[in-house]
Design a binder for this molecule. Structure first.
Ligand code: NAP
Length: 255
């Protein structure tokens, strides 16, 4: 522990279980001394996230489905009484399973809009909801994937949503920079999580990365988490509008 986040408060959205990238980030934030709040998506997840909050030493859990304006308004109100927020982690995505297994051209209008709403628009909605608590400065971090800029088999509609997410990072960074709020994405290499299991033939992607990446291995969630610590801390103070790859170097490889 090096106390990089000592005296800072962070909100982490997107913990489903211990395998979630957001959970690894929450653990690393606590290790570095941050005060922590977590969100959960509806009653279905409340008890699970309350248990995980206790395990990781988070102070508070807040109900927030990012597609619901009422939840986002309540998030703003709840945060209002909790002091200054230094870091927010948006680690949220969703697409229909069938859209992650058939040709992209078959994507339905509803499936496309759903993926965009949950996985991309929600970053902007969350940024607006947390901005009052971040007045004076902070760091907003989201999670992206290589499928935003390259064609990855079966990633399909989620790749298009991640492209919009990365563009949103740049526009939000420009909007919020004058308030000293930095906005960045971490583009993580593939990790076996609940969301990732929804992508057809995902284990082949893991095998391919382990064979072909410069570091000849897959990504450890702890590596993603340590990059989030850097971005949330004083060390990242000059970095905004960026997509930082934490992927064992796979993004530079061509066959
Ligand atoms: P995960 O554990 O399944 O996390 C996804 C989270 O999104 C879950 O907590 C889920 O909540 C939440 N979510 C979905 N819809 C929501 C909504 N309407 N409101 C609030 N929360 C909602 O999977 P993960 O892999 O850690 O994913 C986290 C982020 O990392 C995603 O943006 C993903 O695209 C990105 N990423 C993952 C990988 C990878 O290979 N795993 C690689 C690069 C980037 P519920 O469980 O309650 O539905």
């Amino acid at each position: 522990m090096s106390d990089l986040l000592q005296g800072k408060t962070a909100l982490v959205l997107g913990i489903a279980n211990k395998w979630s990238l957001a959970y690894a980030i929450a653990e690393a934030f606590r290790r570095e001394g941050a005060r922590l709040f977590l969100t959960y998506q509806g009653e279905r997840q409340r008890l699970t996230v309350e248990d995980l909050a206790e395990a990781v030493g988070a102070e508070k859990t807040i109900n927030c489905d990012v597609t619901l304006e009422d939840d986002l308004t309540r998030l703003t109100e709840t945060l209002d009484g909790l002091g200054h927020l230094d870091a927010v982690v948006h680690s949220i995505a969703f697409a229909n399973r069938e859209d992650l297994s058939r040709p992209f051209i078959e994507t339905s209008r509803a499936g496309y809009l759903l993926a965009q709403e949950v996985s991309s628009y929600s970053l902007t909605a969350v940024a607006r909801a947390v901005r009052p608590s971040m007045a004076g400065g902070g760091s907003l971090i989201t999670l992206s994937y290589l499928g935003a800029v390259r064609v990855v088999q079966n990633y399909n509609v989620m790749g298009v949503a991640k492209a919009a997410l990365e563009a949103s990072v740049r526009y939000l960074a420009a909007d919020l920079g004058p308030a000293n709020i930095r906005v960045n994405a971490i583009s993580a290499g593939p990790v076996k999580t609940t969301s990732a299991r929804g992508i057809k033939d995902f284990s082949q992607v893991l095998d391919g990365v382990a064979q072909e990446s410069p570091l000849k291995r897959n990504t450890d969630p702890a590596e993603v988490a340590d990059t989030a610590v850097f971005l949330a801390s004083h060390l990242g103070r000059g970095v905004t509008g960026n997509v930082v790859y934490v992927d064992a170097g796979f993004q530079i490889v061509a066959l």
